[in-house]
Structures are given as C-alpha cells and as structure tokens.
Ligand binder design. Structure first.
Ligand code: NAP
Length: 286
C-alpha cells in the first residue's frame, strides 16, 4: 500500500483566497484595517522564525501585522503591561504571544492576561475550557484545527474510529484529542510515560503524532491503512523532519500528511481564519 498524501499546501492556498476576499469585504464595510499583533520577548530564533511565517500569512490575506518586540531582560510586569496595552487597543483584533519566552517570564501566568476575545491561537484557559466543554464561540488552536480541516477535506470518517494522539501539549496534542473526541472517535492520548508506545499506536485507525522527535514513528507502528497525521516539525540541518519516518509510514498508511507540506501550511491559514472571526466580532461590537 502507498498512502494517499494529504497536502495541506493545496487546501491552504484555496482557503487563503477565500479568507482574503472575506477580509477585504469586511474591511471595506467597517473601514478598519484588520490587524494582528505579535508579542515577542527577546530574540529566540524559533520565535523569530514563527514571526516570519506569521508575516507571510498576514500578507497572504491582506492583514496588517504589528510586531511588538521587547528586550530579553524585560520584567514580567513590563511584558504584562505590553500585553494589556494590546488588549485595550481597538485597532488590534488578534494577539499572538510568541514562544519561547525567556525563562524568567512565566508563559501560563502571562497568557492569563491575554484578552480571550483576541486570543486567536486559543491558548487562554477560557478558550481551552470552552473547547473542552464544546461551547461556542471559542478559538480552537490553529494547528489541530487545520489538521481536522485537512482530514475532513479528504472525507476521513471519524465516528467510532480508534484514534491515538501521541503528545499532550496544550497547543497541539490535547486539543487534537478533544476535536477527535467531539467527532465521536474513541481517543487514547499517549505521551513520554506511555508504556509500549508502538503497540498503542498500532491500535489506531487515526494516528496523530505531535512529539518533536524526528522520525520516531516507523512503519511497523502503523495499523495497515490507518490515517496518519504528522505534526512534527524539527529542523535538522537545512531540512525539516516530521515525527514519522516517511518511507515506511507511507508504505503502511492509507493516508499520510507529509512533512513539509502537510499540517504546517494549514496552521497559518487557520490562524487567519481565527483572526477573521475575532475581527468580525470586534468590529460589529464597536
Ligand atoms: P511539546 O509541548 O514539546 O510536547 C511534546 C509532547 O510529546 C509531550 O506531551 C511529550 O510528553 C511527548 N513526548 C516527548 N517525547 C516522547 C516520547 N519519546 N514518546 C512519546 N511521547 C513523547 O511539543 P508541541 O508544541 O506539542 O509540538 C510537537 C511537535 O509539533 C513539534 O515538532 C513542533 O515543532 C510541532 N508543531 C507543528 C506545528 C504545525 O503547524 N505542524 C505547530 C505546532 C507545533 P510529556 O507530556 O510526557 O512530556
């Protein structure tokens, strides 16, 4: 068997064109430029790389990006004050806090100060709680939301299927497990303390991997014909590696999201989708 490749790049392009039109229409009617703020503390290369990707995503749909760059030595109070200023700024419709933050700035404590109405990456506890409780409206973290859209576009059946999610981060693994559960999968969440991970993975009709260990999952972990979603994005030299060993996983799976070009492009477009919801709500409320 050779897996059908689920290419997020193609779907993302199509969605980007739709979003672009929606932003243009709303912006003309409201007379307000849609704006995303990105708060960065220090100059971590991963945060800087993410900022570049966000800039491209904004340019692709006609959104203004407002980067707010604070010195690495900024105190937690100074970072919090910058976030509060963005919360209160009516010209800002969405806010991203770029990770990683310096060690002395506690990410969870900072996120508590983020306005849930501008939390386009769905990281505030109110949005995470609303997702867990299946209450609308909420922002769903962009990466798992994009993966679900990719699977739905490929007509993947969820109801009654066994899903295994490896990884339990608040931004990928945990919300992915909830989104699958809400679609009536029977969900197992695995992590670094899971015993006999290959056997757990082999149970999965839908296997999602969000670990950050290049090519950890090999073809012998895959139930033949399973749908495999690889979120892994690790830079090794000049190339980007997923969490799945592509040749053997592709040979065993029925569908597979390649790295690069699978889940990654969907993340940025879903971020813009969330920003559109935030923008629509904020301009209609003002
Ligand atoms: P994270 O916060 O570091 O979480 C990693 C998870 O993997 C943790 O739950 C950890 O378990 C688990 N884990 C670590 N080693 C393991 C092992 N040997 N066996 C089983 N589980 C193990 O990472 P993340 O933010 O979720 O990101 C995961 C990957 O997705 C990274 O490569 C990241 O770059 C990528 N990512 C991709 C996108 C995209 O757009 N495609 C977006 C965001 C992130 P414990 O909880 O027990 O520590």
């Amino acid at each position: 068997m050779t897996a059908q490749l689920l290419k997020g790049r193609q779907l993302a392009k199509q969605l980007q064109a739709e979003l672009s039109e929606s932003f243009a229409e709303l912006a003309t009617a409201a007379g307000v430029q849609p704006t995303l703020a990105a708060l960065q503390v220090g100059a971590d290369p991963a945060a800087a790389g993410y900022l570049r990707a966000i800039r491209r995503a904004c340019q692709g749909v006609g959104v203004a990006l407002r980067p707010v760059e604070l010195d690495e030595k900024s105190s937690p109070e100074e970072v919090q004050a910058a976030l509060t200023t963005l919360n209160d700024d009516k010209a800002v419709h969405g806010i991203m806090v770029l990770e990683p933050l310096p060690d002395h700035v506690d990410s969870s404590q900072l996120i508590d100060f983020l306005s849930p109405a501008k939390d386009v990456d769905g990281v505030h506890p109110l949005n995470a709680g609303r997702l867990a409780a299946q209450r609308q409206p909420h922002f769903v973290p962009a990466t798992p939301a994009g993966a679900i859209m990719l699977l739905e576009d490929a007509d993947v059946t969820f109801k009654g299927k066994k899903a295994v999610v490896i990884g339990r981060s608040d931004i990928v693994g945990k919300p992915m497990a909830l989104l699958l559960l809400h679609r009536h999968c029977t969900v197992t969440v695995a992590h670094s303390r899971t015993e006999d991970l290959p056997s757990v993975a082999r149970e999965a009709d839908i296997l999602c991997v969000a670990v950050g260990r290049p090519e950890m999952v090999t073809g012998d972990w895959i139930k033949p014909g399973a749908v495999v979603v690889d979120f892994g994005t690790t830079y090794v030299g000049n190339s980007v590696k997923g969490d799945c060993e592509p040749a053997s996983v592709e040979a065993a799976a029925g569908m597979f999201t390649p790295v690069p070009g699978g889940t990654g492009p969907m993340t940025n477009v879903m971020l813009m989708h969330n920003l559109l919801s935030a923008y629509r709500r904020l301009v209609s409320a003002s």
